[in-house]
Design a protein around this ligand. Structure first.
Ligand code: GLN
Length: 487
Protein backbone atom coordinates (compact mmCIF):
# COMPACT_ATOMS: atom_id res chain seq x y z
CA UNK A 1 0.00 0.00 0.00
CA UNK A 2 1.15 3.54 -0.64
CA UNK A 3 1.48 5.99 2.24
CA UNK A 4 -1.49 7.84 0.84
CA UNK A 5 -3.66 4.73 1.09
CA UNK A 6 -2.34 3.85 4.53
CA UNK A 7 -3.33 7.17 6.08
CA UNK A 8 -6.89 6.82 4.79
CA UNK A 9 -7.49 3.58 6.69
CA UNK A 10 -9.76 3.68 9.72
CA UNK A 11 -8.10 2.72 13.00
CA UNK A 12 -9.82 -0.67 13.08
CA UNK A 13 -8.92 -1.45 9.47
CA UNK A 14 -5.31 -0.49 10.13
CA UNK A 15 -5.37 -2.79 13.17
CA UNK A 16 -6.75 -5.65 11.06
CA UNK A 17 -4.08 -5.22 8.41
CA UNK A 18 -1.35 -5.33 11.03
CA UNK A 19 -2.81 -8.50 12.45
CA UNK A 20 -3.08 -10.08 9.02
CA UNK A 21 0.58 -9.30 8.40
CA UNK A 22 -0.27 -6.99 5.48
CA UNK A 23 1.18 -3.91 7.18
CA UNK A 24 3.39 -3.25 10.15
CA UNK A 25 2.92 -0.67 12.87
CA UNK A 26 6.25 0.82 11.79
CA UNK A 27 4.99 1.34 8.23
CA UNK A 28 1.77 2.96 9.39
CA UNK A 29 3.49 5.15 11.97
CA UNK A 30 6.04 6.27 9.40
CA UNK A 31 3.29 7.25 6.97
CA UNK A 32 1.67 9.41 9.62
CA UNK A 33 4.94 10.97 10.76
CA UNK A 34 5.68 11.97 7.15
CA UNK A 35 2.24 13.53 6.77
CA UNK A 36 2.61 15.39 10.08
CA UNK A 37 6.02 16.70 9.00
CA UNK A 38 4.44 18.01 5.80
CA UNK A 39 1.42 19.61 7.51
CA UNK A 40 2.29 20.76 10.99
CA UNK A 41 3.65 24.16 10.03
CA UNK A 42 0.39 24.80 8.16
CA UNK A 43 -2.29 23.42 10.49
CA UNK A 44 -0.38 23.22 13.78
CA UNK A 45 -2.33 20.19 15.04
CA UNK A 46 0.51 19.06 17.30
CA UNK A 47 2.30 20.87 20.11
CA UNK A 48 4.67 17.93 20.51
CA UNK A 49 5.41 15.14 18.05
CA UNK A 50 6.85 12.06 19.77
CA UNK A 51 10.41 11.47 18.67
CA UNK A 52 10.16 7.89 19.87
CA UNK A 53 7.02 7.05 17.87
CA UNK A 54 8.93 4.66 15.60
CA UNK A 55 10.48 2.92 18.61
CA UNK A 56 7.02 2.51 20.08
CA UNK A 57 5.88 1.06 16.73
CA UNK A 58 8.79 -1.38 16.66
CA UNK A 59 7.96 -2.50 20.16
CA UNK A 60 4.31 -2.89 19.11
CA UNK A 61 5.24 -5.04 16.10
CA UNK A 62 7.36 -7.28 18.28
CA UNK A 63 4.62 -7.47 20.91
CA UNK A 64 2.03 -8.41 18.32
CA UNK A 65 4.31 -11.16 17.01
CA UNK A 66 4.97 -12.55 20.47
CA UNK A 67 1.31 -12.46 21.48
CA UNK A 68 1.75 -9.72 24.07
CA UNK A 69 -0.66 -7.40 22.22
CA UNK A 70 -3.82 -9.04 20.96
CA UNK A 71 -6.39 -6.20 20.95
CA UNK A 72 -8.03 -4.77 17.80
CA UNK A 73 -6.05 -1.54 17.99
CA UNK A 74 -2.60 -3.01 18.64
CA UNK A 75 0.04 -1.16 16.65
CA UNK A 76 -2.37 1.61 15.57
CA UNK A 77 -1.18 5.21 16.08
CA UNK A 78 -3.18 7.72 18.12
CA UNK A 79 -2.89 11.45 18.92
CA UNK A 80 -3.48 12.71 22.46
CA UNK A 81 -4.82 16.08 23.58
CA UNK A 82 -2.17 17.96 25.51
CA UNK A 83 -4.15 18.07 28.76
CA UNK A 84 -3.83 14.31 29.28
CA UNK A 85 -0.75 13.37 31.29
CA UNK A 86 1.85 11.25 29.54
CA UNK A 87 4.81 9.99 31.52
CA UNK A 88 8.07 11.55 30.37
CA UNK A 89 6.30 13.49 27.61
CA UNK A 90 5.53 17.20 27.89
CA UNK A 91 1.93 17.98 28.81
CA UNK A 92 1.39 21.72 28.48
CA UNK A 93 -2.38 22.30 28.40
CA UNK A 94 -1.34 24.82 25.73
CA UNK A 95 -0.36 27.17 28.55
CA UNK A 96 2.84 28.93 29.54
CA UNK A 97 1.89 27.94 33.07
CA UNK A 98 2.70 24.30 32.22
CA UNK A 99 5.01 25.05 29.29
CA UNK A 100 7.75 22.74 30.61
CA UNK A 101 5.67 20.26 32.57
CA UNK A 102 6.77 16.66 32.07
CA UNK A 103 4.43 14.40 34.06
CA UNK A 104 6.03 11.65 36.15
CA UNK A 105 3.02 9.39 35.52
CA UNK A 106 0.54 8.30 32.86
CA UNK A 107 -3.16 9.13 32.95
CA UNK A 108 -5.28 5.98 33.29
CA UNK A 109 -6.40 6.26 29.63
CA UNK A 110 -2.76 6.41 28.54
CA UNK A 111 -1.92 3.30 30.56
CA UNK A 112 -4.73 1.50 28.76
CA UNK A 113 -3.59 2.75 25.36
CA UNK A 114 -0.06 1.56 26.04
CA UNK A 115 -1.29 -1.80 27.32
CA UNK A 116 -3.13 -2.26 23.99
CA UNK A 117 0.12 -1.64 22.12
CA UNK A 118 -1.06 1.58 20.44
CA UNK A 119 1.51 4.13 19.30
CA UNK A 120 1.34 7.70 20.60
CA UNK A 121 2.14 10.07 17.72
CA UNK A 122 2.17 13.22 19.80
CA UNK A 123 0.26 15.74 21.88
CA UNK A 124 -2.31 17.90 20.16
CA UNK A 125 -2.97 21.60 20.36
CA UNK A 126 -5.96 22.95 22.27
CA UNK A 127 -7.40 26.06 23.84
CA UNK A 128 -5.44 26.94 26.96
CA UNK A 129 -6.63 24.67 29.80
CA UNK A 130 -9.45 23.58 27.44
CA UNK A 131 -11.17 26.95 27.78
CA UNK A 132 -12.48 28.08 24.43
CA UNK A 133 -14.19 26.96 21.25
CA UNK A 134 -11.61 27.79 18.59
CA UNK A 135 -8.13 26.52 19.60
CA UNK A 136 -6.94 30.10 19.31
CA UNK A 137 -6.24 30.66 23.00
CA UNK A 138 -3.28 28.24 22.88
CA UNK A 139 0.04 29.68 24.04
CA UNK A 140 1.60 27.77 21.14
CA UNK A 141 -0.32 29.44 18.31
CA UNK A 142 -3.68 28.62 16.76
CA UNK A 143 -4.59 25.41 14.95
CA UNK A 144 -6.22 25.84 11.52
CA UNK A 145 -9.07 23.93 9.99
CA UNK A 146 -8.07 21.98 6.87
CA UNK A 147 -11.52 22.66 5.40
CA UNK A 148 -11.19 26.40 4.91
CA UNK A 149 -8.63 29.12 4.44
CA UNK A 150 -8.17 30.85 7.78
CA UNK A 151 -10.96 28.96 9.55
CA UNK A 152 -10.80 27.76 13.14
CA UNK A 153 -11.00 23.99 13.79
CA UNK A 154 -13.31 24.56 16.77
CA UNK A 155 -12.20 23.85 20.29
CA UNK A 156 -11.01 23.19 22.70
CA UNK A 157 -9.85 19.84 21.22
CA UNK A 158 -9.15 21.55 17.88
CA UNK A 159 -5.77 19.87 17.40
CA UNK A 160 -7.22 16.40 17.99
CA UNK A 161 -10.09 16.99 15.52
CA UNK A 162 -8.03 18.72 12.83
CA UNK A 163 -5.39 15.97 13.09
CA UNK A 164 -7.97 13.35 12.10
CA UNK A 165 -9.41 15.63 9.39
CA UNK A 166 -6.05 16.15 7.66
CA UNK A 167 -4.85 12.57 8.11
CA UNK A 168 -2.30 13.52 10.73
CA UNK A 169 -3.73 10.72 12.90
CA UNK A 170 -6.28 7.93 12.35
CA UNK A 171 -7.85 8.58 15.74
CA UNK A 172 -7.30 10.85 18.72
CA UNK A 173 -8.34 11.54 22.28
CA UNK A 174 -9.94 14.81 23.29
CA UNK A 175 -11.70 16.07 26.38
CA UNK A 176 -15.19 17.54 26.58
CA UNK A 177 -16.29 19.88 29.37
CA UNK A 178 -18.95 21.74 27.42
CA UNK A 179 -18.57 20.51 23.86
CA UNK A 180 -14.84 20.33 23.25
CA UNK A 181 -14.94 16.94 21.53
CA UNK A 182 -18.21 17.36 19.64
CA UNK A 183 -17.88 20.92 18.37
CA UNK A 184 -14.38 20.60 16.84
CA UNK A 185 -15.39 17.21 15.39
CA UNK A 186 -18.34 18.98 13.78
CA UNK A 187 -16.23 21.89 12.47
CA UNK A 188 -13.64 19.48 11.01
CA UNK A 189 -16.04 16.92 9.51
CA UNK A 190 -15.03 14.01 11.74
CA UNK A 191 -16.86 11.90 14.34
CA UNK A 192 -16.56 12.56 18.10
CA UNK A 193 -17.96 10.87 21.21
CA UNK A 194 -18.47 12.52 24.58
CA UNK A 195 -19.11 9.51 26.81
CA UNK A 196 -21.34 9.33 29.90
CA UNK A 197 -19.71 11.09 32.84
CA UNK A 198 -17.81 8.55 34.90
CA UNK A 199 -17.38 5.91 32.21
CA UNK A 200 -13.84 7.03 31.35
CA UNK A 201 -11.39 7.77 34.16
CA UNK A 202 -10.35 11.39 34.57
CA UNK A 203 -7.21 10.39 36.47
CA UNK A 204 -4.38 12.26 34.79
CA UNK A 205 -6.64 14.62 32.86
CA UNK A 206 -5.67 18.14 33.90
CA UNK A 207 -8.84 19.44 35.54
CA UNK A 208 -10.87 22.29 34.10
CA UNK A 209 -14.32 21.72 35.66
CA UNK A 210 -14.29 18.36 37.37
CA UNK A 211 -18.05 17.71 37.43
CA UNK A 212 -18.20 18.25 33.65
CA UNK A 213 -14.86 17.03 32.23
CA UNK A 214 -14.82 13.78 30.27
CA UNK A 215 -12.25 12.19 27.96
CA UNK A 216 -13.45 10.68 24.68
CA UNK A 217 -12.35 9.70 21.16
CA UNK A 218 -12.41 11.65 17.89
CA UNK A 219 -12.11 9.55 14.74
CA UNK A 220 -13.21 8.61 11.26
CA UNK A 221 -16.32 6.61 12.04
CA UNK A 222 -18.58 5.29 14.75
CA UNK A 223 -16.90 1.87 14.85
CA UNK A 224 -13.48 3.36 15.54
CA UNK A 225 -14.99 5.40 18.38
CA UNK A 226 -16.62 2.27 19.75
CA UNK A 227 -13.32 0.40 19.77
CA UNK A 228 -11.50 3.22 21.56
CA UNK A 229 -14.37 3.67 24.00
CA UNK A 230 -14.12 -0.02 24.93
CA UNK A 231 -10.41 0.38 25.43
CA UNK A 232 -10.49 3.44 27.70
CA UNK A 233 -13.70 2.95 29.70
CA UNK A 234 -14.07 1.23 33.05
CA UNK A 235 -14.01 1.70 36.79
CA UNK A 236 -10.82 3.27 38.12
CA UNK A 237 -10.17 3.47 41.85
CA UNK A 238 -8.01 6.52 41.17
CA UNK A 239 -11.05 8.52 40.00
CA UNK A 240 -13.78 8.59 42.62
CA UNK A 241 -16.40 9.69 40.09
CA UNK A 242 -15.66 6.78 37.78
CA UNK A 243 -18.29 4.08 37.41
CA UNK A 244 -18.57 0.45 36.43
CA UNK A 245 -19.19 0.42 32.67
CA UNK A 246 -20.30 -2.26 30.25
CA UNK A 247 -18.40 -2.25 27.01
CA UNK A 248 -20.30 -1.64 23.79
CA UNK A 249 -20.87 -4.46 21.31
CA UNK A 250 -19.23 -3.67 17.96
CA UNK A 251 -21.27 -6.33 16.14
CA UNK A 252 -24.51 -4.79 17.37
CA UNK A 253 -23.30 -1.31 16.46
CA UNK A 254 -22.29 -2.39 12.97
CA UNK A 255 -25.70 -3.98 12.39
CA UNK A 256 -27.87 -1.44 14.21
CA UNK A 257 -31.32 -0.99 12.72
CA UNK A 258 -32.98 2.40 13.18
CA UNK A 259 -36.38 1.02 12.20
CA UNK A 260 -38.79 1.88 15.02
CA UNK A 261 -36.37 4.28 16.70
CA UNK A 262 -38.09 7.21 18.39
CA UNK A 263 -36.36 10.52 17.73
CA UNK A 264 -37.14 13.75 19.58
CA UNK A 265 -36.07 17.17 18.30
CA UNK A 266 -35.97 20.00 20.84
CA UNK A 267 -37.56 23.06 19.19
CA UNK A 268 -35.15 25.41 20.93
CA UNK A 269 -32.19 23.69 19.26
CA UNK A 270 -33.29 25.29 16.04
CA UNK A 271 -34.07 28.71 17.50
CA UNK A 272 -32.68 32.17 16.87
CA UNK A 273 -29.07 32.38 15.77
CA UNK A 274 -29.12 29.01 14.04
CA UNK A 275 -27.48 29.05 10.64
CA UNK A 276 -29.92 28.09 7.89
CA UNK A 277 -27.46 25.73 6.20
CA UNK A 278 -26.79 23.94 9.48
CA UNK A 279 -30.50 23.55 10.12
CA UNK A 280 -31.15 22.24 6.61
CA UNK A 281 -28.36 19.68 6.73
CA UNK A 282 -29.31 18.37 10.17
CA UNK A 283 -32.97 18.18 9.16
CA UNK A 284 -32.02 16.28 6.00
CA UNK A 285 -30.04 13.79 8.10
CA UNK A 286 -33.03 13.31 10.40
CA UNK A 287 -35.20 12.75 7.30
CA UNK A 288 -32.75 10.05 6.19
CA UNK A 289 -33.21 8.28 9.53
CA UNK A 290 -36.96 8.65 9.15
CA UNK A 291 -36.78 7.05 5.72
CA UNK A 292 -35.17 4.04 7.39
CA UNK A 293 -38.13 3.63 9.72
CA UNK A 294 -37.50 6.02 12.63
CA UNK A 295 -40.32 8.18 13.96
CA UNK A 296 -39.63 11.87 14.50
CA UNK A 297 -41.32 14.36 16.79
CA UNK A 298 -40.53 17.92 17.78
CA UNK A 299 -40.93 18.89 21.42
CA UNK A 300 -40.43 22.07 23.45
CA UNK A 301 -37.41 22.32 25.75
CA UNK A 302 -37.49 25.87 27.10
CA UNK A 303 -34.67 25.17 29.59
CA UNK A 304 -32.24 25.49 26.65
CA UNK A 305 -32.47 29.26 27.22
CA UNK A 306 -30.60 28.75 30.52
CA UNK A 307 -27.89 26.53 29.09
CA UNK A 308 -25.16 29.12 28.64
CA UNK A 309 -25.43 30.96 31.97
CA UNK A 310 -25.77 27.70 33.91
CA UNK A 311 -22.74 26.18 32.21
CA UNK A 312 -20.50 29.24 32.47
CA UNK A 313 -21.30 29.71 36.16
CA UNK A 314 -20.60 26.07 37.07
CA UNK A 315 -17.58 25.72 34.75
CA UNK A 316 -15.92 28.94 35.92
CA UNK A 317 -16.63 28.25 39.59
CA UNK A 318 -14.95 24.85 39.35
CA UNK A 319 -12.15 26.18 37.14
CA UNK A 320 -11.13 28.94 39.53
CA UNK A 321 -10.88 26.41 42.31
CA UNK A 322 -9.00 23.83 40.20
CA UNK A 323 -6.58 26.40 38.86
CA UNK A 324 -5.71 27.87 42.27
CA UNK A 325 -2.99 25.20 42.54
CA UNK A 326 -0.90 26.98 39.89
CA UNK A 327 0.98 29.54 41.90
CA UNK A 328 4.62 28.98 41.01
CA UNK A 329 5.22 27.01 44.21
CA UNK A 330 2.91 24.02 44.28
CA UNK A 331 2.63 23.88 40.52
CA UNK A 332 3.38 25.85 37.43
CA UNK A 333 5.59 28.51 35.97
CA UNK A 334 7.81 30.31 38.49
CA UNK A 335 9.58 33.49 37.37
CA UNK A 336 13.14 33.61 38.65
CA UNK A 337 13.92 37.20 39.52
CA UNK A 338 11.26 37.82 42.19
CA UNK A 339 11.76 39.76 45.42
CA UNK A 340 9.17 38.14 47.66
CA UNK A 341 6.36 35.62 47.89
CA UNK A 342 3.54 37.88 46.81
CA UNK A 343 5.48 38.99 43.73
CA UNK A 344 6.02 35.30 42.90
CA UNK A 345 2.28 34.58 43.11
CA UNK A 346 1.35 37.63 41.13
CA UNK A 347 3.90 37.15 38.39
CA UNK A 348 3.43 33.39 38.16
CA UNK A 349 -0.27 33.78 37.48
CA UNK A 350 -0.12 37.02 35.45
CA UNK A 351 2.58 35.74 33.14
CA UNK A 352 1.64 32.05 33.18
CA UNK A 353 -2.06 32.33 32.26
CA UNK A 354 -3.52 33.82 29.09
CA UNK A 355 -6.50 36.18 28.76
CA UNK A 356 -9.31 33.64 28.51
CA UNK A 357 -8.12 31.66 31.53
CA UNK A 358 -7.84 34.84 33.60
CA UNK A 359 -11.32 35.88 32.55
CA UNK A 360 -12.71 32.54 33.75
CA UNK A 361 -10.82 32.66 37.05
CA UNK A 362 -12.25 36.12 37.73
CA UNK A 363 -15.76 35.04 36.75
CA UNK A 364 -15.49 31.95 38.94
CA UNK A 365 -14.31 33.88 41.97
CA UNK A 366 -17.11 36.37 41.42
CA UNK A 367 -19.92 33.80 41.29
CA UNK A 368 -18.54 32.05 44.38
CA UNK A 369 -17.98 35.20 46.45
CA UNK A 370 -20.11 35.48 49.58
CA UNK A 371 -22.40 38.25 48.30
CA UNK A 372 -23.18 36.50 45.02
CA UNK A 373 -23.03 32.78 45.80
CA UNK A 374 -26.80 32.42 46.16
CA UNK A 375 -27.63 34.66 43.25
CA UNK A 376 -25.37 32.81 40.82
CA UNK A 377 -23.85 29.51 41.90
CA UNK A 378 -26.86 28.21 43.81
CA UNK A 379 -29.18 29.34 41.03
CA UNK A 380 -27.05 27.44 38.52
CA UNK A 381 -27.36 24.29 40.62
CA UNK A 382 -31.14 24.75 40.65
CA UNK A 383 -31.13 25.15 36.88
CA UNK A 384 -29.08 21.94 36.65
CA UNK A 385 -31.91 20.05 38.39
CA UNK A 386 -34.42 21.48 35.89
CA UNK A 387 -32.20 20.50 32.96
CA UNK A 388 -32.06 16.95 34.28
CA UNK A 389 -35.85 16.86 34.60
CA UNK A 390 -36.29 18.12 31.05
CA UNK A 391 -34.04 15.40 29.60
CA UNK A 392 -35.50 12.68 31.85
CA UNK A 393 -38.94 13.57 30.49
CA UNK A 394 -37.66 13.58 26.91
CA UNK A 395 -36.11 10.11 27.34
CA UNK A 396 -39.41 8.74 28.64
CA UNK A 397 -40.73 9.38 25.11
CA UNK A 398 -37.70 9.19 22.84
CA UNK A 399 -34.76 6.83 22.37
CA UNK A 400 -32.57 9.65 21.17
CA UNK A 401 -32.64 13.42 21.02
CA UNK A 402 -31.18 14.94 17.87
CA UNK A 403 -30.09 18.46 17.05
CA UNK A 404 -27.14 20.35 15.63
CA UNK A 405 -23.76 20.35 17.39
CA UNK A 406 -23.29 24.08 16.96
CA UNK A 407 -25.33 26.95 15.52
CA UNK A 408 -22.72 27.66 12.85
CA UNK A 409 -19.99 25.99 10.85
CA UNK A 410 -16.30 26.84 11.43
CA UNK A 411 -15.82 30.53 12.19
CA UNK A 412 -13.17 32.72 10.64
CA UNK A 413 -9.96 32.92 12.67
CA UNK A 414 -9.86 35.93 14.97
CA UNK A 415 -13.64 36.51 14.99
CA UNK A 416 -14.43 35.29 18.46
CA UNK A 417 -11.22 36.38 20.17
CA UNK A 418 -12.51 39.91 20.01
CA UNK A 419 -16.00 38.92 21.16
CA UNK A 420 -15.87 36.21 23.84
CA UNK A 421 -19.58 36.43 24.56
CA UNK A 422 -20.34 35.48 20.99
CA UNK A 423 -18.01 32.52 21.38
CA UNK A 424 -19.81 31.44 24.57
CA UNK A 425 -23.18 31.58 22.80
CA UNK A 426 -21.89 29.10 20.22
CA UNK A 427 -21.88 26.45 22.99
CA UNK A 428 -25.67 26.47 23.30
CA UNK A 429 -26.23 22.99 21.85
CA UNK A 430 -23.47 21.12 23.65
CA UNK A 431 -23.18 22.33 27.27
CA UNK A 432 -26.43 20.87 28.67
CA UNK A 433 -25.12 17.38 28.02
CA UNK A 434 -22.12 17.88 30.33
CA UNK A 435 -24.19 19.55 33.04
CA UNK A 436 -26.17 16.34 33.50
CA UNK A 437 -23.47 13.86 32.51
CA UNK A 438 -25.19 12.15 29.57
CA UNK A 439 -23.45 10.94 26.37
CA UNK A 440 -23.60 12.54 22.91
CA UNK A 441 -21.97 12.05 19.52
CA UNK A 442 -21.16 14.47 16.76
CA UNK A 443 -21.69 12.93 13.31
CA UNK A 444 -20.77 14.66 10.01
CA UNK A 445 -24.00 15.21 8.05
CA UNK A 446 -23.20 17.51 5.16
CA UNK A 447 -21.69 20.84 4.18
CA UNK A 448 -22.80 24.46 4.16
CA UNK A 449 -22.84 26.67 1.08
CA UNK A 450 -19.17 27.48 1.61
CA UNK A 451 -18.16 23.84 1.71
CA UNK A 452 -17.62 23.71 5.48
CA UNK A 453 -18.67 20.56 7.38
CA UNK A 454 -21.88 20.40 9.42
CA UNK A 455 -22.37 18.02 12.34
CA UNK A 456 -25.49 16.48 13.80
CA UNK A 457 -25.61 15.67 17.49
CA UNK A 458 -27.12 12.44 18.82
CA UNK A 459 -27.92 12.67 22.53
CA UNK A 460 -28.89 9.72 24.70
CA UNK A 461 -29.55 8.83 28.30
CA UNK A 462 -26.74 7.73 30.59
CA UNK A 463 -24.88 4.62 29.37
CA UNK A 464 -26.60 4.64 25.98
CA UNK A 465 -23.31 4.75 24.04
CA UNK A 466 -24.14 1.56 22.18
CA UNK A 467 -27.41 2.99 20.83
CA UNK A 468 -25.83 6.33 19.88
CA UNK A 469 -22.90 4.64 18.15
CA UNK A 470 -25.34 2.26 16.45
CA UNK A 471 -27.43 5.11 15.04
CA UNK A 472 -24.25 6.87 13.89
CA UNK A 473 -22.98 3.67 12.25
CA UNK A 474 -26.32 3.11 10.49
CA UNK A 475 -26.22 6.68 9.16
CA UNK A 476 -22.59 6.35 8.10
CA UNK A 477 -23.36 3.19 6.14
CA UNK A 478 -25.52 5.27 3.80
CA UNK A 479 -23.43 8.45 3.70
CA UNK A 480 -19.81 9.33 3.10
CA UNK A 481 -19.61 12.81 4.72
CA UNK A 482 -17.42 11.38 7.48
CA UNK A 483 -14.92 10.02 4.95
CA UNK A 484 -14.55 13.13 2.81
CA UNK A 485 -11.39 15.18 2.95
CA UNK A 486 -10.72 18.78 2.08
CA UNK A 487 -8.16 17.85 -0.55
N1 GLN B 1 -16.31 25.90 24.62
C1 GLN B 1 -16.59 25.56 25.96
C2 GLN B 1 -15.80 26.45 26.88
O1 GLN B 1 -15.16 27.31 26.39
C3 GLN B 1 -16.29 24.12 26.21
C4 GLN B 1 -14.89 23.82 26.48
C5 GLN B 1 -14.63 22.37 26.76
O2 GLN B 1 -15.49 21.53 26.55
N2 GLN B 1 -13.45 22.10 27.28
O3 GLN B 1 -15.83 26.33 28.05
Amino acid sequence: MTNEEIIKLSALKAGKKIKAGELTSVEITKAYLDKIAADNSKYNCYITVCDDALDQAKEADEGIKSGKYIGPLAGVPIAIKDNICTKGLKTTCASNMLGNFVPPYDATVIKKIKAEGMVILGKTNMDEFAMGSTTETSAFGATYNPWGENRVPGGSSGGSAAAVACDNAPISLGSDTGGSIRQPASFCGVTGLKPTYGTVSRYGLVAFASSLDQIGPIGRDALDLAAVFNLICGLDPKDQSSTETTQVDLEKIANFDVNGLKIGIPEQYFGEGMDKDVKDQVMAAIEALKAKGATVETFPMPIVDYAIPTYYIIACAEACSNLSRYDGIKYGYAPEDVEDLSELYIRSRSEGFGMEVKRRIMLGNFVLSSGYYDAYYNKALQAKALIKDAFDKAFEKYDVVIGPVAPTTALKAGESLSDPLKMYLGDICTVLINIIGIPAISVPCGFDSQGLPVGMQLIGQKYSEETLLGIAAAYQKDTDYHMRRSN
